[in-house]
Design a protein around this ligand. Structure first.
Ligand code: KG4
Ligand code: ZN
Length: 339
């Protein structure tokens, strides 16, 4: 089955063509980072307008790069939520129209649930082991920090999530206050490589045994308080130490709870996805923990960690195979029960 995936839940317009729920024939992502950078965060109205301009060219490019036409597409999967309502509606309206005029089956996908499906993706001709069920999934993005337990395809339950900021949001807010631009996760990652992670002791909240929720807003405030307490702006060396110490606090919380989730559910497979999963220190610490604890770790390559439509098509294919079909009344779900 060849599925066209469409994603527009936040600030990336994405389309992908995926075969049999795994083989990526194409994955096109049009990022709006440049549009939102001057505001230091996503401006919903600007994001919606940008999706309107990008959606047709992005889908066109995805078809072209895959070497297919609409006649080769068997079904459409589109992100239904959670996300910004104006943004979701652009992808949904486009997908519903295309489904209607071409007579193609349609399915609506939960964006958060779709992130771990990035771990199933392979390039054409690539051999890679897929995660086997059951597994625990840690989804760490700009919008969410969530632990899920996957019993089987399309069957999951929430184990824990952030009670305030997401980890990506913490990276972006700290980057902003350090003057590193937006989005700042990758900049902190680079800077931290040359810093001392033990230089400053930042808080690691909610590390009470068994608690699978996260909290990052106190950490962000602790960094702000630390910077304000300095005599003037931090010099380069100090900046590197702040970046490394902050990053280590986030990574500690994430790695600890990823392990606890696996232990609590008794699974041997851990999937980690979302934009923050491209962080080099996080990946290294996860590898280390997995080898010590005897866990099998699945982290998609960075291009499938950040938002993309290939993961939407992958989950969409599983839903279509199980008969989860949507009609013209498919509506956006900006908030999704439980998330
Ligand atoms: O999954 P994603 O592309 O979008 C959302 O669904 O939100 O995640 C974006 C987030 C941003 O907060 C960005 O700063 C963060 O991922 N990010 C990183 C790195 N690359 C992207 N955070 C830490 N280290 C990185 N290398
Ligand atoms: Zn995402």
């Amino acid at each position: 089955m060849i599925v066209l995936g469409i994603e527009s839940s936040c600030d990336d317009t994405a389309a992908a063509v995926v075969e049999n729920g795994r083989i990526v024939l194409s994955s096109v992502v049009s990022s709006q980072d440049r549009i939102h950078a001057r505001y230091g965060g996503v401006v919903p109205e600007l994001a919606s307008r940008s999706h309107i301009e990008a959606i047709v060219p992005v889908v066109d490019e995805a078809l072209q790069r895959a070497g297919v036409t609409l006649a080769d597409i068997d079904a459409i999967a589109v992100t239904q939520g959670p996300g910004l309502v104006g943004c979701l509606l652009i992808g949904l309206s486009f997908a519903k129209s295309l489904s209607y005029v071409r007579g193609l089956p349609l399915t609506g996908v939960n964006h958060i649930e779709s992130h771990p499906y990035a771990a199933f993706l392979v390039e054409k001709g690539e051999e890679k082991e897929a995660p086997s069920f059951p597994f625990a999934a840690l989804i760490v993005s700009g919008g969410h920090t969530t632990l899920l337990y996957f019993e089987d395809y399309t069957k999951y339950r929430i184990l824990g999530q952030t009670i305030d900021d997401s980890a990506g949001e913490a990276f972006d807010k700290v980057a902003k206050l350090l003057g590193l631009g937006y989005p700042g996760g990758a900049a902190i990652d680079r800077l931290a490589k040359e810093g001392d992670a033990a230089a400053i002791s930042f808080p690691r909240p909610l590390l009470g045994k068994g608690n699978l929720d996260f909290s990052f807003s106190g950490l962000k405030t602790a960094v702000l308080t630390h910077v304000r307490g300095l005599n003037g702006p931090p010099d380069e060396a100090r900046l590197k130490n702040i970046a490394a110490s902050f990053q280590e606090a986030v990574v500690d919380s994430l790695v600890t709870k990823g392990l606890w989730a696996a232990k609590e559910t008794g699974v041997k497979n851990l999937v980690v996805a979302g934009g923050v999963a491209s962080n080099s220190r996080f990946r290294a610490r996860l590898e280390q923990m997995a080898s010590t604890e005897g866990l099998k770790l699945f982290i998609p390559p960075p291009k499938y960690c950040t938002d993309n439509a290939a993961m939407v098509a992958a989950l969409g294919t599983c839903q279509l195979e199980r008969g989860f079909l949507a009609g013209p009344d498919l509506n956006a779900q900006p908030t999704w029960e439980g998330f």
